[in-house]
Design a protein around this ligand. Structure first.
Ligand code: ZN
Length: 98
């Protein structure tokens, strides 16, 4: 918006849309932060920094859930740790972040 000028309805609508988009991104970021905090509480000592998923991970080797030790062959989450990576099955992730 230019200074000292009235905003046109179009400009206002665009600004409102951008604000709503920003808000959506902020909410998602906040959810992720909350989830990371809850994961760290549940799986203490691993230094979880972030995560990817839910996704299906096609790795050359089998992966097991960091929490329940069952194979992650369906949807799961990849945890980014301060050292390396680990995986969680969807059930354990959902349980930890409820
Ligand atoms: Zn599990």
């Amino acid at each position: 918006m230019r200074q000292g000028q009235e905003a046109t309805p179009d400009e206002l609508r665009r600004e409102m849309r951008e604000l709503r988009e920003d808000l959506t991104l902020l909410r998602l970021a906040q959810d992720r932060l909350t989830n990371v905090a809850m994961l760290n509480a549940e799986l203490s000592g691993r230094g979880i920094i972030g995560y990817e998923g839910p996704a299906r991970f096609d790795l050359p080797h089998a992966i097991v859930c960091e929490h329940c030790r069952s194979p992650v062959d369906g949807l799961g989450y990849e945890l980014r740790l301060s050292r390396g990576r680990a995986y969680l099955c969807k059930e354990c992730f959902d349980e930890a972040t409820r």
